[in-house]
Design a protein around this ligand. Sequence first.
Ligand code: SAM
Length: 219
Amino acid sequence: MNLARSRDRMVEQHVVRRGIHDRNVARAMRTVPREAFVDPGFEEFAYEDTPLAIGHGQTISQPFIVALMIEKAGLDAGDKVLEVGTGSGYAAAVVSRIASEVYTIERHESLALQARERFGKLGYGNIDVRIGDGSKGWIEAAPFDAIIVSAGTPTIPSALKEQLDLGGRLLIPVGDDKQRLKRFTRIGADEFEEEDLGGVLFVPLIGDDAWSIVHPMYT
Ligand code: SAM
């Protein structure tokens, strides 16, 4: 199986043709081997436009959604980006091929360690991984040009808004049973522009400033 060819085809069909116009996003997704971020035995499914299980009831997100969130984050080469919910590490890896510094937080130690190992093997040296509760952000590395939250929250964690630089963008799935993808752009010290980017479906963000009850499905 020629995975490089499958990767190109996936980016063309499910990213470019579905309306992702940021060339940096398509280029980064053509570069990052998604097969290196799925569990052993699932490599042949790496280029289907679908989420896949990665253990602990968690998933590597669907490629189109990864592309959409990164495009809407409006990244530039010099940007410093926080991703909350490292999971497999795939989205952080794609971001790292566009932005200059990436910080990513995962609450499951084993997933965080595995992602760190993957970044090392691929030589992605601009990604810092932390184990912990991303609903509190990463204060020591703030402010960020963009924050991408890869899990759904009931409300917006205040720390994430506070850790945005002026002009910075926060991409976050919000809502109870029906989630909406929201973009908050910091336009002043206490002023944020809010946009609704449509319906999405993410696993819950579990933390002090997010969901507190862990459903047995999500450990
Ligand atoms: N971006 C990931 C990727 O590319 O594979 C997919 C993320 S998965 C949909 C959501 C992740 O968020 C899960 O790995 C979950 O453990 C993590 N998570 C949930 N709540 C969290 C929190 N408060 N802080 C950090 N990570 C959290």
